[in-house]
Design a protein around this ligand. Sequence first.
Ligand SMILES: NC(=O)c1ccc[n+]([C@@H]2O[C@H](COP(=O)([O-])OP(=O)(O)OC[C@H]3O[C@@H](n4cnc5c(N)ncnc54)[C@H](O)[C@@H]3O)[C@@H](O)[C@H]2O)c1
Length: 326
Amino acid sequence: MDVLWLDQNDVRSLLNIPDAMDAVEKAFEQHGRKKVQMPPKSYLYFESHNGDLRTMPAYLEEQDVAGVKIVNVHPDNREKGLPTVMALFILNSTATGAPLAVMDATYLTDIRTGAAGGIAAKYLARPESRVLGIVGSGNQARTQLLAIANVFDLEEIKVYSAHRTRGEQFKLEMEGKAGCSITVCSSIEDVCDCDILVTVTPVREPIVRSEWIKPGTHINAIGADAAGKEELEPSILVCSRVVVDDMAQASHSGEVNVPLSSGVIGVEDICCELGEVIAGLKPGRLDNSEITIFDSTGLAIQDVATALLVYHTAKGKSVGKKLPMF
Ligand SMILES: NC(=O)c1ccc[n+]([C@@H]2O[C@H](COP(=O)([O-])OP(=O)(O)OC[C@H]3O[C@@H](n4cnc5c(N)ncnc54)[C@H](O)[C@@H]3O)[C@@H](O)[C@H]2O)c1
């Protein structure tokens, strides 16, 4: 029995943002109709190393596809020349349980996270949005930009990074791909003057203040994806329409986790899940002055849908290496 091994170069050559967005949108829609199995992520915390390791299994019942991702978050890895987030994905046959493919899922994670951000903005931001603000300039910031630029005719992008040189590098690398100018701002407040705001940093205390957010802004809150993490001042959540990717997962580890446990908001303040909006079961944005928030923790269904796309494309193009298992 063989297993298909796909390294990062293979995955990079097979994946693009528009196709990943289609796959991820369909997965969210199935999630909205409760046609998936997805136990909450399980975490191991390496406190002395400032990092964690997660396993993320899921089964998309209608597509009859299942798999599991193993992924870390180590914010200090940059200093060691490694990405903050690295991952491996195993795609399994639902008929026999046999592993069909094992693939690097580091780039896949970046792409599927960006894809979710682009889809959330499509459903929740004002359609005439032209200015994108990004707080953070790392790997996830790059794919958020690409996915949002795939949906909106952006005229301006503003970015803030705690490390100015990384912000300049981001501009250099992404301006051509974005199709519009990128301004490296010297304050988060400047970045918040936008139509769509993405927060995508590993901070554990709020860095975005309520008074900086204009009516009508849509926010993709991406960085908070583990218990105790938050990027937005909780009062922003109080006056916004909050849509989470998954209620159980977000309550535990999303942007809402700290405000929920401190009682600043209650579960009744969370409107719904993104999949319910996509499936037409719940409304998205209600008017142009509303502030909307997509609280993303990253779902295993995004990984399974994207990995299936990679697997099918790899088979079609004969990409990858067959490794004997037995
Ligand atoms: N929601 C999801 O699905 C999902 C998926 C992957 C990663 N994440 C989370 O997103 C975050 C970023 O991941 P990444 O892979 O882009 O990491 P990265 O290390 O590549 O980038 C992090 C960025 O944050 C910036 N930053 C750090 N501290 C800051 C501060 N105080 N103020 C402003 N900017 C600051 C850094 O300069 C850097 O540009 C992490 O917290 C990670 O856990 C979420």
